[in-house]
Write a protein that binds this ligand. Sequence first.
Ligand code: BGC
Length: 721
Amino acid sequence: MSRRTKEILAKMTLDDKIYHLEQITTATYLTKGSTYKVITGPNSKLKLDKEMIYDIGTSLNLVGAETMIDALTNYLDKSKSKRPPVFMQDVIHGHRTLYPINLAVAASFDRELARELASMAAKEASLDGVGVTFAPMVDLVRDPRWGRVMESSGEDPYMNSEMAKATVRGFQGDMGKYNLAACVKHFAAYGAAEAGRDYNTVDVSERTLREYYLPAYKAAVDAGVKMLMAAFNIVDGVPCVGNKHLMKDILRDEWGFDGVVISDYGAVEEMIVHGACEDKKEAALRAIEAECDIEMMSSCYAEHLRALIDEGKVTEEQIDKSVLRILDLKESLGILDNPYRSVNVEESKRVQLSPEHRALARKGAEQSAVLLKNDGVLPFSKNVSSVALIGPLASTGKIHGSWHCGGRAEETVSVYEGLSKLLGDRVKYAPGCYVEYNSEDESLFDEAVELAKSSECVVLCLGEHQDYSGEANCRADIELPEIQYKLLDKILEVNKNVAVALFTGRPLAISRLHNTAPAILNMWMPGTEGGNACANLLFGNAVPSGKITMTFPRALGQCPIYYNHYTTGRPKLLKDDLNRVLYTSSYIDVPNSPLYPFGYGLSYTTFEYSDMSLSAAVMKSDEKIVASAKIKNTGGHKGKEAVQLYIRDVKGSCVRPVKELKGFEKIELDVGEEATVSFEITEPMLRYWNQKLEHVSEKGEFEVFIGKDSTCVPFAKFELI
Ligand code: BGC
C-alpha cells in the first residue's frame, strides 16, 4: 500500500468507494460517433447510478486503441473524481495476433515459448489500452466434454503450475508499459464441473482440491500475479465468490495473497440462483466478507453496501481495504500518472499482426501441434505434383480458436492459403462436407473424391467448429461427426496417401479415425498463423514435437480419464485388452488404457532413451539425488523431444497416484546427436496432502521414470529415509 493511494482513498466519499468496487462493460463509455455500439444489454440489468458510473473503478472487454481512447476520454470528461479506470480484457491466447489455444501451448512442453507468447499478447493489448488480462486460466481439467478445456493446460498439476508461472511472467514482465497485470482464474476447481457441463456443480474433497486443483493457482500467486478471479461454481456447497474458506483462509491467510480479487461475470448475484443467498443484499454481504474486491457485472455492492455499513454488518474499513487494493493495482500499472498509459493508435497498427508477431504465432502453432499417428505418409514431399486439400476446415480462418479477442478470421491464414503459399497451384481444394456436428449432407462428396483420385496426396482437414469449444460450449458427444468418417472412407477408396489435419479445442474420442487414417496431425485451434504452420508441418519444413497434456480417450465412456490416477484395490494388471478378468476394475467393451496417453506425441524422427541412472538409492530429506538419461536422435530429421520425469510414491498413508509428472525438459537434437538430460529430485517434490491436510513427504520407497510419455516404466527406485 503506497502513501499515494492512501491519500487518494482519504479523499473518497463512501459512495465513491463503493462504486470503485463495481465493474461494467467498457463499451458503456463510448460516445455516439464510435464504431462500436454501446452494449446496453448486460449493463441495462444493473441498478447503477447514471452519474456514478463515471467513477466506477474498472471496466471490461472492448478492443481497439481508438475506441479505448474514446471511452477513456469520455469517462474522464464526465467523471467527478477524474480518477482513471483500469480496462480489463480476456486476452487468453493472443490479442490481435492469436496464438494456439492454451491447451495447445501446454503441448509444446516449452515454458519459454509460453512466456514469449503471453508477452507478445501483452504488448498488443497494452497498445490498445488494456491494463489487465483475465488470464491465465489454470483450471485442472479431466473431462473433454467441458468446452473450456481449450483454455487450460490440461490434467496435470505440475504442468499447470509451470504454464501458470511462465504465462504470468510473460504478461507481467517487470510491469513496464507493454506489460499487463495478469488475473489467474477461476478460483477454484472450475474445471471439475460435473459431466463436463459448464457452470455445473463441483464436488471434490479438500484433499483432492489441494492435491490436484489448487497448486496451479498457488503457483501463479507465488509468481506474483496481481489479480485472481473467483469462479462461478460451488466448492463444498458454497459458491466460490462467497466462500470464506477458499477466499480468506486459503487464499489470503495461508497463501498471503494481497492482490485484487474479482468475481466472475455476474457471480455475486448468481449466489441467489445457486440458492446460497436470499437476495442481493445478502449476496453483497457474503462476497465482501469473503474479500471479493471487485464485483463484475452485477450491482449488489452498489445497491446494498451502504445499508450494510449503516446496519453495522460491514465496516468502512472492509471497503477501504478493497479500494486500496484496486488503487494499488492502478498505481502499479502507471495509470495514476497517465490514464492513457500505453494506448497508441499508430503504434498498435504497426505492432499488431507485424511480421515478427506472426512469426512467433507460427512458431507457437508449429511447436504445439501433435503428431498422433503416422504410418509413414508424413512428411509429404515438397516435390509433390498435386495436392488435394479437402475438408470442412480446409479453407476457413475460423481455426484461430474460441477466445479470439481482437483477432479476426479474415486475418487468419487458412490451410488453403498456407498450402498454396508453399506449393502454388499444385494445391486444389474441395470442401467435401459441412462442419456442423449434425450435418448429413453428402452432396459435396463426389467433387472431393474426384479431386482425391486425380491428386498425388490428400490433406484432409477434419475436426470441430471452433465455436464448439470455449465458454458454454460443451459437448455430450466428442466423436468426429459421422459425415466426416464417411468422407474419409470414400477418399481412402481412391487414394491411400492421406494425412488428416485435425482441428479441435479438446481431446476427441477418435478411435475410429486412428484405425483408418494413415496419419493424424493434431493442429488444435492453431491461431492466426495456423494455415502456414500446418503447411510447414505437413511438408517437412517443421518437425512436430508437441505432446498432449490431456488424455485422449478411446471412448467417451472412459471419461474422466487421466494418467495420474490411483491403482484401486482391484487393478487389471494383466494385458490391457478386452479379455475379461472378472472382478477387476475394467470395462467389458473397452480397454482401460486411453487412445493417446498424457505426454504422448510422435515426431518425424525417432529418439532412443538409454543409460538411465539414479545418483543414489537412498535419500535423506535434506539431500538431493539426480535422475538422468541419454537421449539420442536415431531418425532422419533434426527434431525436438519433451523428456519427462515421473515419480511414484509406492506406499503412503493416503494412496498415491500410479505416477506423477515432476519435471520435463524440451531438447533439440540433430540427426545422430545424443544428449544427457538430468533432473534433480528433492524432498519437497515428494510431498503431498495427507488425511490431516498436512503437506508432507513420507519415508519409504519411490519409483523413478524417465520417458517420452506417461506410459514409461520405472527404471530405478530410491528410499527416502
Ligand atoms: C468468464 C471469464 C471471463 C469473464 C469476462 C466470464 O463469463 O467465465 O473467464 O474472464 O466472463 O469476460
